[in-house]
Design a protein around this ligand. Structure first.
Ligand SMILES: [Zn+2]
Length: 257
C-alpha cells in the first residue's frame, strides 16, 4: 500500500493531535533520499531516520512549520548535511529557496512535486511523488492537511477555511484523473486511495460550516457557545482545537456573507 520507493519512520510522540505520532516519510531517489517532516526534536527519532536513509539525504522537506513536523529539521540537516526546504523562508536553509506551488524535482525515475495546500496553516503544502510514468507507483504526502483518520483543524487565524476548501477542491480535481494514489498523511495510517478521503474531508468541512451557520442563525454568537453547540460531547483535551476551527469557520461565514 505504501509506494515501492517510500518508507515510513514514525516518531514516538503520540497524542490527541499527533495520533500515533508524527510520520516521517522517506522517498528513495538515486541522488539521495528526500525526507518529509523529520518531526519533533527527538534524537532517537532523528537517528532512526538517518539509519533508514544510510545518511544519504538530498533534501529535507517540511509540510508546514508546526513543531511536531519541523522542530527536528535543523538538527537533522546538520546530521546528514542536507538543506531544509519549506514554504516559509524562516524554516528554509540559508542556501536554499522556499518552496513554491509546482516546484518539481526529477531524479532518475522519481519525480517529486510541491502542491500548495493552505488552510490548516497558511504555509501548508503537500507533495506528490511518482516512480516511473503511468506505473501507478505514486503517493500523496499531505502533512496535516489530511490526516490518516479523524479530521484536521483549521488553525485560526493563520489557517483559513476559504483557503482550505479551495485546497481540498484542487486536490480532488488533481486526483480525479488518476488511478488511486495512496494517501501518506502527517499522522495516522496510510489510506490506499486519496480521492475518497479528500472528498470526505471536503463534505465534512462544508457540513461543519453549515452547522456553525445554523447556530449563528439561532442567535448563538459566542465562539465557545457555538463550539459547545456544534461539537457537543467533545473531550476537554480536544476543545481548544475545536475552538480554533470554529473561530476559523465564523470568520469564513462573516467574510462570505
Ligand atoms: Zn500542524
Amino acid at each position: 500500500m505504501i509506494p515501492s520507493f517510500v518508507s515510513l519512520v514514525r516518531a514516538d510522540n503520540p497524542g490527541p493531535m499527533t495520533l500515533e505520532g508524527t510520520n516521517t516519510w522517506i522517498i528513495g531517489a538515486p541522488s539521495g533520499a528526500l525526507v518529509i517532516d523529520p518531526g519533533p526534536l527527538m534524537q532517537e527519532h532523528l537517528d532512526a531516520i538517518a539509519l533508514a536513509t544510510d545518511g544519504k539525504v538530498a533534501g529535507i522537506f517540511l509540510t508546514h512549520g508546526h513543531l511536531d513536523h519541523s522542530e527536528g529539521a535543523q538538527r537533522f540537516s546538520e546530521m546528514v548535511k542536507a538543506p531544509v526546504f519549506a514554504r516559509l523562508p524562516e524554516f528554509t536553509s540559508k542556501d536554499a529557496a522556499p518552496l513554491d506551488d509546482g516546484f518539481q524535482i526529477n531524479d532518475g525515475e522519481v519525480t517529486f512535486r510541491v502542491i500548495a495546500t493552505p488552510g490548516h496553516t497558511a504555509d501548508s503544502i503537500s507533495f506528490f511523488a511518482e516512480k516511473g510514468s503511468d506505473t501507478g507507483d505514486t503517493g500523496l504526502f499531505t502533512g496535516d492537511t489530511i490526516l490518516g483518520r479523524g479530521s484536521s483543524i483549521v488553525a485560526y487565524p493563520d489557517g483559513s477555511v476559504g483557503a482550505y476548501l479551495a485546497s481540498l477542491r484542487a486536490l480532488s480535481a488533481m486526483l480525479g484523473s488518476r488511478s488511486p494514489v495512496p494517501l501518506l498523511p502527517g499522522h495516522g495510517p496510510v489510506n490506499e486511495s486519496s480521492l475518497p478521503v479528500v472528498d470526505q474531508y471536503l463534505s465534512h468541512r462544508l457540513e461543519r460550516v453549515e452547522q456553525v451557520r445554523a447556530a449563528m442563525a439561532r442567535g448563538i454568537t459566542d465562539i465557545e457557545a457555538i463550539t459547545d453547540d456544534v461539537y457537543a460531547g467533545l473531550s476537554e483535551n480536544l476543545k481548544w482545537a475545536a475552538l480554533l476551527s470554529v473561530h476559523a469557520q465564523v470568520a469564513y461565514i462573516n467574510e462570505s456573507a
